[in-house]
Design a protein around this ligand. Structure first.
Ligand code: DAH
Length: 343
């Protein structure tokens, strides 16, 4: 009777093994194991029935139970191996890569025209031994105006529509305050440029924005003259706009320089003959400059008898617009990918 029961268990075990292989289910395999070989499993139940078996038959039946157990165990083991293998193979099949498919082109970004213009200006001036100074976007009134010879009530203060944070703290309207910070450090000579963002409460249009970029320049040493300024800025213009570029200095006024000038470059479109690009002038204004005012030197603790200096300020947007023949400043801020990817 036990013998029949063992046969039956074996038959059922093999049948459900087949099933779980068909279903590719490891769970089902484990369930079979528990159901038959577990502590409360069917084979254990059979062993309990040994009490009824006569003494002389017990070893034989015991052996039979063990054989059955082993047979089922190794069948289970084999099924498990098979199943694992086919699961692995299915996974590999699902992960194969079709190397004949066409590739996806990565989208490359490009540098912003303002960044390109700035990098170019930095390259030119660092090539002449200038260092880069970091300025402050939030500035004291003192550095933005007073120390630059623009005292309260000065009309220049009015011209530059300023965003005030408090009476004494403001968003800088020009990078020129960096000159003062550098001079106050007391390390001479100075040769620096300082690019950065400036703010003025202007309405947005094709040539104005409430926030734009300037690059400030300052050189201070003994025996510096206006011809040093001219030579330096003429070389800058040639490197930026091409070897044939000519420059012209027109007298101007800035409170912190004396004398002051604006520098024009010969139109790089028509070579100076006059065209639509330079509005028939043949010349294009690109920066303001001058010899640092002795009073400005003095206020920053520099002896104006021994030391002289020149300074200049360039509008970065203007350079980018000119160099890349862009006719509306707003294009620089809208971040339209179709525009930006051309650079
Ligand atoms: N800060 C001036 C402006 O915003 C530009 C400028 C002119 C800077 C002459 C200078 C300079 O350093 O010497 O219009």
């Amino acid at each position: 009777m036990i013998k029949d029961r063992l046969e039956e268990i074996k038959r059922q075990a093999f049948e459900s093994l087949e099933d779980s292989l068909k279903d590719e289910s490891l769970d089902k395999l484990n369930q079979i194991k528990v159901k038959i070989l577990g502590k409360k499993g069917e084979l254990t139940e059979v062993l309990k029935g040994m009490k009824e078996v006569s003494k002389e038959d017990r070893p034989k039946i015991g052996q039979l139970v063990n054989d059955t157990r082993q047979e089922i165990e190794s069948a289970l083991e084999e099924a498990k191996l098979k199943l694992n293998k086919s699961i692995r193979e299915a996974k590999i099949r699902s992960e194969t890569i079709d190397v004949t498919l066409p590739g996806k082109r990565p989208v490359f970004g490009s540098r912003h025209p303002i960044t390109i213009a700035l990098d170019e200006i930095i390259r030119i001036f660092t090539g002449m031994g200038y260092e880069i100074a970091e300025g402050r976007e939030i500035e004291l009134d003192y550095y933005n105006f007073e120390a630059l010879n623009i005292p309260d009530g000065h009309p220049a203060k009015d011209e530059q529509d300023t965003f005030y944070i408090t009476d004494k703290i403001l968003l800088r309207t020009q990078t020129s305050g960096t000159q003062v910070h550098e001079m106050e450090k007391g390390k001479l000579p100075i040769r620096m440029i300082s690019p950065g963002r400036v703010f003025r409460s202007d309405e947005v249009d094709a040539t104005h924005s409430p926030s734009f970029y300037q690059v400030e320049g300052l050189l201070i040493d003994e025996e510096v003259s206006f011809s040093d300024l001219k030579g330096t800025l003429a070389e800058f213009a040639r490197q930026l706009f091409g070897e044939d570029t000519r420059v012209k200095f027109r007298p101007h006024h800035f409170p912190f320089t004396e004398p002051s000038a604006e520098m024009d470059v010969s139109c790089f479109k028509c070579g100076g003959k006059g065209c639509r690009f330079c509005k028939g002038e043949g010349w294009i204004e690109i920066l303001g400059c001058g010899m640092v005012h002795p009073h400005v030197l003095e206020m920053s603790g520099i002896d104006p008898v021994r030391y002289k200096g020149f300074a200049f300020g360039v509008g970065l947007e203007r350079i980018a617009l000119l160099k890349y023949e862009i006719d509306d400043m707003r294009l620089l801020y809208e971040n339209d990918y179709r525009f930006l990817k051309q650079f």
